[in-house]
Design a protein. Structure first.
Length: 356
């Protein structure tokens, strides 16, 4: 038994490497479910499964009677009554949206098992370093919370009083819990990697906290845009200046509803939400450029390149999403790159907080 930062380490350095690979593998699965969640949202699939069955729901309908029962449940919610029913939705079309929501929930179950089973094994083998058990349990709890928030989000679109979509506030909570969990997985894996090299844990610096906080605001506004379906309000078309950098031909959009105040408009009006999301991005870019310079000064060139590549790609994908009229594969790539940007920024903040 050795000691690091005053805490006992159980096991050897050889025990740490598998834990690092495990945490990073789960982080990749979280990125995958974020991408599938984007497809679910863009195909309006999120309300296709109207019940939450944590265990039996892992199996999709098989017989025609089972499919008809699921379809009958869907026919009772506002999305079908007001939108898909009048459009003449068929059972085959319902099966398509059901598949994406089922896959999204299945990935959630896979992530839960991929985290919980190895955690139990490492715990049993007594190879978890001292001081890490509470953090790993917190990450496990976040995974459970994600499932609860996901159903809380879906339930907002099932009642008779609901609109034809879920609450954009609950959608934002669902996405942010996933990305916060992703950040925790990456930070913990990096801490363990530093321990493997005989280095102390990193600390979150004031600058790192600012960078992550500004990124969190941008991610929240992006979730608002998604939930309000505000990606299409810019108008225009491919390579149209009226769609970006302008919005319908003007810098500041027309038609913002101010009647209930600026704060209400900020998180409820699609025009204002979209406007803030697209221009707050440049404040985040400025901070991340500074982060890149700080990383280069500390000879962390690889991390600096990762941060620059992530935010550069994300900005381009955001512009292309607007120009394309929210084409599905571009919009999903934009959401996936957002998860990669979270991982890269956490990596950068961790590198800035490492002590020799």
């Amino acid at each position: 038994m050795r000691v690091n930062d005053g805490r006992p380490i159980i096991g050897t350095m050889d025990d740490i490497a598998p834990m690092v690979r495990w945490l990073l593998s789960v982080a990749v699965l979280v990125m995958l479910i974020v991408a599938v969640g984007g497809i679910t949202r863009l195909t309006e699939s999120g309300l296709s499964i109207t019940q939450w069955k944590p265990l039996t729901g892992a199996l999709p309908p098989i017989t025609d009677a089972q499919w008809q029962a699921e379809f009958a449940g869907y026919k009772r919610i506002p999305q079908y009554v007001d939108v898909n029913g009048p459009a003449g939705m068929t059972l085959a079309q319902y099966k398509f949206i059901y598949f994406w929501e089922w896959l999204h929930r299945l990935l959630g179950r896979v992530i839960g098992l991929a985290f919980a089973v190895p955690l139990a094994w490492f715990w049993y083998k007594r190879t978890i370093p001292g001081g890490y058990k509470p953090r790993l349990l917190a990450l496990l709890a976040l995974g459970g919370l994600q499932g609860v928030v996901g159903w809380w989000m879906v339930s907002s679109g099932l009642s008779a009083e609901a609109l034809d979509r879920v609450s954009h506030f609950r959608l934002a909570a669902h996405l942010l819990v996933a990305l916060f969990t992703l950040g925790g997985l990456v930070w913990t894996a990096l801490d363990l990697k530093a321990m493997e090299r005989g280095e102390p844990r990193a600390r979150l610096t004031r600058f790192g906290l600012i960078a992550l906080g500004m990124l969190a605001i941008q991610l929240f506004m992006g979730a608002m845009v998604a939930g309000l379906r505000a990606g299409v309000v810019a108008g225009g078309g491919w390579f149209s200046w009226d769609a970006w950098p302008l919005m319908q031909g003007t810098f500041f959009p027309q038609g913002v509803e101010w009647a209930r105040g600026a704060l209400h408009a900020l998180v409820n009006d699609p025009y204002l939400t979209h406007f803030v999301h697209r221009w707050w991005a440049w404040a985040v870019v400025a901070v991340l450029i500074v982060m890149g310079r700080k990383l280069k000064a500390r000879h962390e060139r690889l991390v600096s390149v990762a941060v620059h590549a992530a935010f550069g790609t994300q900005v381009l994908l955001g512009i292309f999403t607007v120009w394309s009229g929210v084409t599905l594969w571009i919009a999903v790539a934009h959401q996936l790159c957002g998860a990669l940007l979270v991982a890269a920024t956490v990596w950068g903040a961790h590198a800035l907080g490492r002590r020799s």
